[in-house]
Structures are given as structure tokens and as C-alpha cells.
Write a protein that binds this ligand. Structure first.
Ligand code: 3PG
Length: 311
């Protein structure tokens, strides 16, 4: 790395690193809280299409209020902006609902182990759809990622096909979302925070009719009554917490995406999964066999090798 010319050059770079470090730590902490409340809600109320919709609705409402009260300046957008945002929002909606469906069927840790394979999807999409090629080391690093995820999947004590496929679909959808988002944010005056707010609003519009079609108010009303009678009024706070924290962690992650490359973003995201996997195993007393943990560790190690090879 080139030496800074004088101390004044080093300062902004050091300040930027501190800022990104704070974003990452906040993103991971908010994500752990989201994952815990999300799973608590799904255990009592297994309607992932509604909970996904509520988290987008909550974020949209929070941002509309902060624009109306001028806590955050509203973005200046035009039709072109929303048109470019549309494919990003489709990918975000699919990735979000698929991950939530997955977590309603399997342990949080299992969903996130499979989701740690996201860099492998990123390489496959870039290679076969965008026609990019990579050094041999990048392809080799896919072996531990894919092998580790496969080992963790086949030794998972509570394996469920919907849970597995949901996490896989989410991986694919989020790769597209990240590639399109970074392109959409480039050279635009809309900040990371406002970009994510617009993404939430558009995803909410896309998801709502599907949520009604797949689950619908009748199922929700019966399930809600049931959850309230099991858990008591705290259930409403859990739903509020999962929705608020979902928005906050994504907002912070987009604030970092504004500053870093999609590659650094996906490495940060995989490291985030380590804290989610460990904390959820402790909190939910998830049974884990040593060979299962080994699979997860190999997959995560593969992601680090991938980041080294890609750089
Ligand atoms: C979701 O519901 O969108 C997922 O839990 C989020 O997955 P992520 O950890 O990739 O943000």
C-alpha cells in the first residue's frame, strides 16, 4: 500500500476506516437482535409472508415520517430512478421473503450457514450471466464454500427442504440485489440511507399482494389470536422489535455499501453471520453435531479464502 505523503493525507483515510468500522459493528449488532426477535415471532406465529411485509412496512413508515418531519432530507427522485430501482426491489423482495420462509422452517443458524455461501453465488452469477472471469484461486475457494455448506446441510439435525431452498433462493436474489444496487447508487445524489428507504417502499408495494394471496387476513387473524394467547401482550413487542431492527440493520448496511465495494460488503456480511450463528445457537439451544459445526466452519473459511483470492 502506498505510504501517505503527510499526516494530513492519513487523517481522512483513518477517519473513513473508523467510520466503516462503526457501521459494520452497528450493522452486525442490529442484525443479531433482528434475527432473535424474528425467530421468536416465527416460532409463535409461523406466517413469514406477513412478518416480511410488516418489516418493510415499518421501515417505510419510519422513513416517511422522518422525511415529513425533516429529520432526514427527502431524496429528489424521478421516474427514471424508480424504474432503475424496480429490479433491485424485486430481488430484495424475493431475497427477504425467501430468507424469512427459510427461518420459519429451520434453525436460524442453519439458514445463515447456507447464506454464508453467498459469495459462491456471486461468482457463478458474474461468470455465467455477466460473463466476467476470475483468477483460478477464486474458483478454487468455491470448493470449501460449497463443500462446507453441503456438509453442514446433510448433517443438519432438523433439515427441511423448504428451509434449505429458501436460503438458497435468498442467496441468488441478494447477489442480483447487491450488483444492481451498487450500480444504481453510483453517481446518484441519493444517499445510502434514502436509497434503502425507497427500496423498502417499492418492495412493500410488490410484496403486499403476494402476501395476501399466499397467506391472507383469515390465517393471520387466527394465528395472531393464537400467538397472543400463548405469549401474551409481549408478542406485539416482539413483532415491533423484529420490524424496527430489520429496517435499522439494512439501513446501516446500505450506508456502508455507499462507501465500500460489493465484495467488501459480502465479506462483512459473512462475518456478520458468524455472530448470528453463534448467538442464535446459544439463545435457542440449537442442537449442533461436531461434524455440522465443522461444515459451517469450512464454509466460512472458504469465504475468507475467496476474499483473498478475489483481491
Ligand atoms: C431477510 O429477512 O431479509 C434476511 O434475514 C436477511 O438476510 P441478510 O442477513 O442477508 O440480510
Amino acid at each position: 500500500r502506498p505510504e501517505p505523503i503527510d499526516a494530513s493525507d492519513a487523517k481522512p483515510e483513518a477517519a473513513r476506516k473508523v467510520k466503516i468500522g462503526i457501521y459494520f459493528a452497528t450493522w452486525w449488532a442490529l442484525n443479531v437482535v433482528f434475527n432473535i426477535y424474528n425467530k421468536k415471532v416465527l416460532n409463535a406465529f409461523p406466517y413469514p409472508w406477513l412478518t416480511s411485509t410488516l418489516s418493510l412496512a415499518c421501515g417505510s413508515l419510519m422513513m416517511l415520517i422522518s422525511w415529513a418531519t425533516r429529520i432526514t432530507p427527502a431524496p429528489k427522485t424521478d421516474f427514471e430512478f424508480w424504474k432503475t430501482l424496480f429490479p433491485v426491489a424485486v430481488a430484495h423482495t424475493i431475497g427477504h421473503v425467501a430468507a424469512t420462509v427459510s427461518m420459519s422452517k429451520v434453525a436460524v443458524s442453519f439458514t445463515h450457514i447456507i447464506k454464508s455461501g453467498e459469495p459462491a453465488f456471486s461468482v457463478l452469477v458474474s461468470r455465467f450471466i455477466l460473463g466476467e472471469s476470475f483468477p483460478a484461486g477464486v474458483y478454487l475457494s468455491l470448493l470449501p464454500i460449497i463443500g462446507g455448506c453441503a456438509l453442514a446441510a446433510v448433517t443438519e439435525l432438523n433439515f427441511n427442504m423448504t428451509g434449505f431452498m429458501g436460503a438458497m433462493i435468498s442467496n441468488l436474489a441478494f447477489v442480483f440485489r447487491n450488483i444492481f444496487s451498487k450500480k444504481g447508487m453510483k453517481g446518484k445524489s441519493v444517499s445510502g440511507m434514502n436509497y434503502y428507504a425507497c427500496l423498502s417502499i417499492l418492495s412493500l408495494v410488490i410484496l403486499t399482494p403476494f402476501a395476501i394471496a399466499v397467506e391472507g387476513p383469515q390465517m393471520w387473524a387466527a394465528g395472531w389470536q393464537n400467538a397472543l394467547s400463548q405469549i401474551g401482550p409481549n408478542f406485539v413487542w416482539w413483532v415491533a422489535a423484529q420490524s424496527v431492527f430489520y429496517h435499522l440493520y439494512n439501513q446501516v448496511s446500505y450506508m456502508s455499501l455507499d462507501e465500500i465495494s460489493p465484495l467488501t460488503f459480502s465479506i462483512g456480511n459473512t462475518m456478520k453471520r458468524i455472530s448470528v450463528i453463534v448467538s442464535s445457537i446459544i439463545i435457542f439451544h440449537t442442537p449442533v453435531r461436531p461434524v455440522n459445526a465443522l461444515g459451517a466452519a469450512i464454509a466460512i473459511l472458504g469465504t475468507f479464502l475467496y476474499s483473498q483470492a478475489k483481491q
